[in-house]
Write a protein that binds this ligand. Structure first.
Ligand SMILES: C[S@@+](CC[C@H](N)C(=O)[O-])C[C@H]1O[C@@H](n2cnc3c(N)ncnc32)[C@H](O)[C@@H]1O
Length: 407
């Protein structure tokens, strides 16, 4: 048998419902989730096993099989549109409810963003078939045959242990450059972007199928994240790596794309001339961020980004400040100022800088001794192209501040 003829590895996923939504799950044989769990649902394939946890009644329902892939809006009117990430399901034999869902999930260390595979999946299935009776005979038989299939490939893994979820605060700290089972970009590329920054931008500001553009795509991290998260991506760079045939050579100051064609733009631009990216004369990374010329050239990239972005859509610009030869340059603030000419601010994220070559013991000591700071963070400037039709005038509203009691 060829590797490609092999049956796919069976994985399991935990979905949730409440007293209010359970009925519709079973009437439609459709499980749904909101955007927070979108990254999990889109990873569900036909044939994966599904379980439904009623958060109110603490009952775990099994065992279901996905009969569609997980995707957006299979039935847009289900749950009045509140749970648009959906998957069609089929019951394997009889429906088997288990009490004490929370206890079971804790025992197997299962969370909603942890796909269930291998031995854990077998152990969970065992909980369902541990008490065969006349009412669940058919289901028990099916589950036993599925367990045999899982055992045949128990050591093979084709999905990450934990699927990332959206960051809730304005401070992001990612210990690794990549995530998932495949590399995102090239972690040896100078100034490569941590992939989870792009993952977060993509999940907050786009839907599957939307078009994301990265005009300074470097080693292609944005392209790889978009492929995994099911977005279309157009990656461009002044000097694309030879290994990336999926990237277009172009200058961010003249983007060869139509106006209003992008649903989101991500840019991790040079922060000055601190890194040598390539030999191309048009590389902005050859200019010092201590000169106004650097900002003038990046402003041209901003106007192009503004042109190709659809109204009301978002641009994420990653940028750090500079401290070189006793001189501090607030590059991030200067870029922010220029961006504000064209875009309105949505928010600013502080991203921890990890793996800096300057963070060696001797530099850390020098920073203390000679009273300067090593760079510890970058800004992710999240900006929106204003909408002409829907001006963003906020209605005045009453704010009820909550005060924490002092300890
Ligand atoms: C910080 S790197 C981007 C890293 C990328 N996000 C990644 O993860 O690999 C900045 C990139 O800007 C590109 N660049 C510099 N000037 C440019 C220009 N005028 N037009 C397009 N790209 C440019 C460089 O070639 C470099 O790849």
């Amino acid at each position: 048998m060829k590797a490609t003829d092999k049956e796919q590895i069976i994985r399991g996923f935990m979905l949730a419902c409440t007293k209010k939504t359970e009925g519709e799950c079973f009437e439609r044989m459709l499980f749904g989730a909101n955007k927070v769990y979108g990254p999990i649902v889109i990873r569900i394939r036909k044939g994966d096993l599904l379980f439904l946890n009623n958060l109110d009644t603490n009952i775990l329902f099994g065992v279901f099989k996905a009969v569609s892939i997980g995707k957006l809006d299979i039935e847009p009117d289900a749950w009045k549109g509140k749970f648009p990430y959906q998957v069609k399901v089929e019951l394997l034999g009889e429906r088997m409810p288990l009490k004490d869902a929370r206890k079971i999930l804790k025992k197997h260390k299962i969370k909603r963003n942890t796909p269930i595979s291998g031995q854990t999946l077998i152990d969970l299935l065992n909980d369902f078939v541990s008490k065969p009776n006349l009412l669940n005979m058919r289901a028990c038989k099916i589950v036993e045959s599925i367990k045999t299939k899982i055992k045949e490939r128990i050591h093979e893994v084709d999905i990450e242990k934990e699927i990332p979820i959206i960051e809730p605060t304005t401070f992001w700290d990612f210990p690794r450059q990549s995530y998932g089972l495949t590399p995102k970009g090239n972690n040896k590329y100078p100034g490569v972007t941590p992939a989870l920054i792009i993952f977060n931008m993509v999940w907050r500001y786009t839907e599957p199928g939307d078009t994301v553009v990265d005009p300074m795509c470097g080693s292609g991290t944005t392209i790889d994240v978009c492929e995994e998260e099911q977005r279309e991506c157009i990656g461009l760079d002044i000097s694309p790596p030879k290994t990336r045939s999926d990237m277009i050579q172009s200058d961010a100051r003249h983007i060869p794309l139509q106006s209003s064609s992008a649903d989101m733009i991500f840019i991790d631009s040079p922060y000055g001339d601190n890194i040598k990216y390539n030999e191309h004369p048009g590389c902005v990374g050859k200019m010092s961020s201590e000169t106004e010329k650097f900002y003038d050239e990046l402003e041209k990239a901003m106007t192009e980004a503004h042109r190709i972005l659809r109204e009301g859509k978002v641009l994420g610009w990653l940028i750090g400040n500079q401290w070189v030869k006793h001189k501090f340059t607030p590059v991030g603030l200067k870029i922010y100022e220029r961006l504000c000419k064209y875009f309105e601010p949505v928010d600013i994220i502080c991203v921890a800088r990890r793996g800096q070559t300057s963070h060696t013991g001797s530099w850390l000591n020098r920073a203390r001794k000679f009273n300067f700071f090593l760079r510890g963070f970058k800004y992710l400037l999240i900006m929106r192209k204003p909408s002409k039709t829907k001006p963003s005038v906020r209605k005045s509203r009453k704010v009820n501040w909550s005060h924490y009691r002092r300890g």
